[in-house]
Design a protein around this ligand. Structure first.
Ligand code: E4P
Length: 227
């Protein structure tokens, strides 16, 4: 399973990229708002992320609410850089815009997916990536991981060649809150997990690793002292 970072913060992206295991970036209007960015800086900011992560898919979300607007904004976002993936919400307008953008050779990440039925519609509309949300189910005391399993199973049952520019559909586990979400997603065979920085850092750390490092350092200090 590949790791994406779920943020629009350039410093976080640069830090995670420095770890050598980052395969992409996802953003959304909320994540951009958190950076304090202004409306007129949105596209330049997406371009900065795309350049920082050259060759890696970077999802930039359309904020249009109708099909025509999504197509127009999607084309503009995709033209910023070859690694921009247009993110669209799964709804009637989003599906229609996804088909038009896919037919124009543009990669689409269909977001706000909460059911396997939505995922199947998105794949048929030409989505290159599908983002089922896990944590938001858990927030309302429902089982996000089992919903994710349904999406993976349904999408995995079919061959998507000819449906989008790459002929494949990858599942991005989204709305990830914990390392356990990451592990459960990988056990189910999700292609990707997009993880916010705080949860990514929790994935890196383990108390036994910290303890092991401390004892190695202490023992090595004794060797150095005796040299
Ligand atoms: C997906 O790409 C979204 O950006 C994201 O994962 C939403 O997560 P949230 O539920 O933590 O807002």
């Amino acid at each position: 399973m590949k790791f994406f970072i779920d943020t629009a913060d350039l410093d976080e992206i640069a830090e995670a990229k420095g770890w050598g295991c980052l395969a992409g970036v996802t953003t959304n209007p909320t994540l951009y708002a958190k950076t304090g960015g202004k409306l007129q800086d949105f596209e330049p900011h997406m371009l900065k992320i795309a350049k920082l992560c050259e060759g890696l898919p970077v999802s930039a979300e359309s904020t249009a609410t109708d099909t025509e607007g999504m197509i127009e904004e999607g084309k503009r976002l995709a033209a910023l850089a070859p690694n921009i993936v247009v993110k669209l919400p799964v709804c009637e307008a989003g599906l229609a815009a996804c088909r038009a953008l896919a037919d124009a050779g543009i990669r689409v990440n269909m977001t706000l997916v909460f059911s396997a039925a939505q995922a199947l519609l998105a794949a048929n509309a030409g989505a290159r990536y599908i983002s089922p949300f896990v944590g938001r189910f858990d927030d309302i005391a429902e089982d996000g991981i089992s919903q994710l399993g349904d999406v993976i199973a349904c999408i995995g049952n079919y061959d998507w060649s000819g449906k989008n520019v790459d002929g494949e559909v990858e599942i991005i586990t989204a709305s990830v809150r914990t390392p356990n979400h990451v592990v459960q997603a990988a056990l189910m065979g999700a292609d990707i997990a997009t993880v916010p920085m705080a949860a990514l850092k929790k994935c890196v750390r383990h108390p036994l690793t910290d303890q092991g490092l401390a004892s190695f350092e202490a023992d090595w200090a004794k060797v150095v002292a005796g040299a």
